[in-house]
Write a protein that binds this ligand. Sequence first.
Ligand SMILES: [Zn+2]
Length: 122
Amino acid sequence: MKRLWGKQVSDLGFGEFLRKLKHQSKKRIRSVLKIDRWSPTSKCCCVCGYKNETLTLADRHWQCPRCETYLDRDPNAAMNILKEGVASFGLGVVRPIVLFNRIVGTSIEATSPLLKSTNAFA
Ligand SMILES: [Zn+2]
């Protein structure tokens, strides 16, 4: 969105941002899916699903006690949001690619012709 509108997108209120996002997605024949605002996207490990109940807003990084993956708060939440979105549309399965307890990429296994299977590395 920042690429399309530059810095002004940062100044929008969230409601206005959503309105513009929906408008752009309709124009480009895309879909916008809002996930549950209380979905614990930051607290759940995107690798194994473990829920960290003690995570606070100040915790920017944490290590999952179950799978021992080191997680950055925002990329972990983004991965969980992507997983939920892809699953909600029944398009496939999203899995983080983990190497030495670090997420190094994303694997998307498409189950629908609307999505292509791919691997992406950071
Ligand atoms: Zn985990």
